[in-house]
Design a protein around this ligand. Structure first.
Ligand code: RIB
Length: 341
């Protein structure tokens, strides 16, 4: 497999603390030692795709600090083309402060740093004016400015690339988001993001969104009795031909022009779900880019996400293609140590 996948997105250093339970507003909870590791939705999806066998190019911005140097080294160690990753003088690298509860549930607070400066002019400079070529897959998330993501999606699609959007984290509703959805071929969202998208009428937001202090990323567990397929169908009306709604441990549902697929998920002992969604997106983008059937793409994506949840950290937890194959073949998930290639 030598598919070219271009990830345009964020690069963050993650500082994580594991706690017995997540603190409520105003509360202090003591946890374990801080763990520092490479992250950011863009960087995570690039590293995931590389480990899953794709030829990956990363487009993004770093600050001129030690975090940035380490993040670049992490990309290079995975064989990722980093020529479109620039350093912004006088700027800090993106930083994520992560608190992880014993069962893997977590909260993330972001300081975007250099990521917030990835504007359209910078995107053109980084890519020499050509975002993608025919046959490429372009994978986007929303930790860099929305107008840049919209430009990237438009230009990638015009060039004949497959455009895949992981609409996370979801911005405030607005016309740009609606426009972006019309420009992407594939949309990957979790159930909370699905509820928050513009025009997704009839989609009831998870109840916990109304509770101050609730963790919107995962407070509402997916319910088996929800009609997620109907929700995915309604999201297709916003533009993307293919929609996947990920449901955490419950799996995912997908809707495409050829029909639907419900994937029940893989029972694993989750210790940290940070990065699980990124593994899922990367695997889904790779499989669709290779023209694999929707059911196979969703199944592989859920396997990659499940494996990522069994280890601590973001990039440190991302599985290899061999590990995904082994899980799909029925082998028990195993702990992997990732080394530079
Ligand atoms: O998706 C997980 C990522 O979200 C973390 O690595 C953190 O950097 C935040 O961007």
């Amino acid at each position: 497999m030598n598919e070219r996948l271009i990830v345009i997105g964020s690069l963050n250093m993650d500082l994580s603390v594991t706690v017995p339970r997540l603190p409520r507003p105003g509360e202090t909870v003591s946890g374990a030692d801080v763990v520092r590791g490479p992250g950011g939705k863009g960087g995570n999806q690039a590293v995931a795709a590389a480990r899953l066998g794709a030829r990956v190019r990363m487009v993004g911005l770093l600050g001129d600090d030690a975090h940035g140097a380490d993040l670049r080294a992490a990309l290079v160690a995975e064989g990722i083309d980093d020529r479109a990753v620039n350093v912004l003088p006088g700027t800090a690298t993106g930083l994520a402060l992560i608190v992880v509860q014993h069962d893997g549930e977590n909260t993330v607070t972001l300081s975007p740093g250099a990521n917030r400066h990835l504007d359209e002019a910078t995107l053109r400079t980084l890519t020499d004016g050509i975002v993608a070529d025919r046959g490429d897959t372009v994978l986007l998330q929303l930790e860099v400015p929305l107008p840049t993501v919209l430009t990237a999606a438009r230009e990638a699609r015009a060039a004949g690339a497959l455009t895949v959007l992981n609409a996370a984290p979801l911005p405030e509703p607005g016309p740009l988001m609606a426009e972006l959805l019309r420009e992407v071929d594939v949309l990957v969202v979790n159930e909370t993001e699905a509820a928050g998208l513009p025009g997704a009428s009839g989609i009831a937001p998870p109840a916990d969104r109304d509770h101050p202090g609730a963790d919107p990323a995962g407070a509402e567990p997916a319910r088996q009795d929800e009609d997620w397929t109907a929700r995915a169908d309604r999201l297709r009306l916003l533009g993307p031909a293919t929609v996947v709604v990920t449901l955490g441990a419950v799996g995912a549902v997908a809707a495409g022009s050829g029909g639907h697929h419900t994937e029940p998920g893989f029972p694993v002992d989750a210790v940290d779900t940070v990065g699980a969604g990124d593994a899922c997106c990367a695997q889904f983008a790779i499989a669709l880019g290779l023209g694999r059937p929707l059911a196979e793409a969703v199944r592989r994506a859920c396997a990659a996400g499940a494996l990522a949840a069994t280890r601590h950290g973001a990039q440190d937890a991302l599985p290899s293609r061999a590990a995904v194959d082994a899980l799909l073949a029925g082998a028990a998930p195993r702990t992997e140590v990732h080394r530079a290639r």
